[in-house]
Design a protein around this ligand. Structure first.
Ligand code: AMP
Ligand code: MG
Length: 324
């Protein structure tokens, strides 16, 4: 049920807007909404046709599983089997930018398509009030990957969503720019050693303080255990050159910290004061802004590899891989 153009709700949301969005979702339509991480493309996770529509709208490969958004731990426990580690992480970080991959519970109502045929499922409790109100109103779990075409840069404003998906979705709820700016941290708890599948909005260090050491290899190895973490993703049209300490002729510069090399045709700062949280917020919008044919490439200054820097560098490394 994709409208010719998506309905955009930009003013402060009224209860009637929420009801309408919830009604669309219950009817199997796609509704995009802000979360604290990036904008999500939502569908009723219990409706196989609606889940299939997400894959179609994004042109997402069917081997790339979706994250299921729920209102709280109790709703999550109806979908997946918790262990002590999951309970501890949920207690510390939910609601928030943390996704847990857990075994499906018996009678789990989510179609296999949502998890790309896997017997595990990724669940998250978002912190943003808007998706929370929406899940409550729908009364069902919502499947929601980032609201961009597959392989492209994730959206952090409603305008980004419309740039890529207008005409393919029923509505977008505009909640302004996202507070975190990078996607959730994904932790796999299906094995004896908890594994970091994707660095994200919750620092890996904070997770290790709660449940002990993580297997960090999957995130760096190109992630055979996480089918969706393709080497090339977040791809701008321009080449991306990492660890840039100088600027080549024709390049635009993505800068971090107080001092930037001279000579760029245009500069966008992730954070002048070298703040990684601020850099995460600005990352995707800056990549989009510099991705113009006026430049030969996007040069990116080095970003420290700790805290949110892990998530930022992960996205930048994959933005730098040219797809075949
Ligand atoms: P996105 O929805 O685009 O933020 O991506 C979600 C990512 O979470 C996927 O690309 C997978 O890499 C990962 N993921 C989701 N579900 C599972 C699962 N059942 N097992 C392993 N990884 C998963
Ligand atoms: Mg995505």
């Amino acid at each position: 049920m994709a409208a010719e153009h998506a309905i955009t709700v930009t003013e402060r949301l009224t209860p009637a807007d929420l009801d309408r969005a919830a009604e669309l979702l219950r009817a199997g339509a796609l509704v995009a909404f802000p979360t604290e991480t990036v904008y999500g493309l939502g569908a009723d996770a219990t409706n196989e046709a609606a889940v299939a529509a997400i894959f179609a709208a994004k042109a997402r490969p069917r081997f790339n599983p979706l994250i299921i958004h729920v209102i709280d731990e109790a709703m999550a426990r109806r979908l997946v089997i918790f262990d002590g580690r999951a309970a501890a992480l949920a207690q510390h970080f939910w609601p928030g930018p943390l996704t847990l991959v857990l075994p499906r519970a018996p009678g789990c109502p989510i179609p296999l398509l949502a998890s790309a045929g896997l017997d595990s499922l990724a669940v998250r409790v978002p912190g943003h009030p808007l998706p929370r109100a929406l899940i409550r109103a729908v009364g069902r779990p919502i499947a929601a990957p980032s609201a961009n075409r597959s392989g492209r840069v994730s959206p952090t404003t409603a305008e980004h969503v419309l740039d890529e998906l207008d005409g393919r979705i029923a509505a977008v709820l505009d909640g302004g720019p996202c507070r975190v700016g990078v996607e959730s941290t994904v932790i796999d708890l299906t094995g004896p050693l908890a594994a970091l599948l994707r660095p994200g909005g919750v620092a890996a260090e904070a997770i290790e303080e709660t449940i002990g050491p993580l297997d960090r290899a999957p995130a760096s190895e190109g992630a055979p255990r996480s089918p969706g973490l393709l080497a090339s993703h977040y791809a701008p049209a321009l080449p991306v050159r990492l660890e840039a300490r100088t600027v080549h002729p024709g390049e635009a510069l993505l800068a971090f910290g107080p001092r930037a090399p001279r000579g760029a045709k245009q500069v966008r700062w992730l954070s002048r004061k070298g703040d990684l949280a601020e850099a995460a917020v600005n990352l995707f919008a800056a990549l989009r802004a510099l991705d113009r044919p006026d430049f030969t490439a996007i040069a990116v200054m080095p970003i420290p590899e700790h805290g949110l820097g892990l998530a930022i560098n992960d996205r930048l490394r994959r933005a730098a891989v040219r797809s075949a």
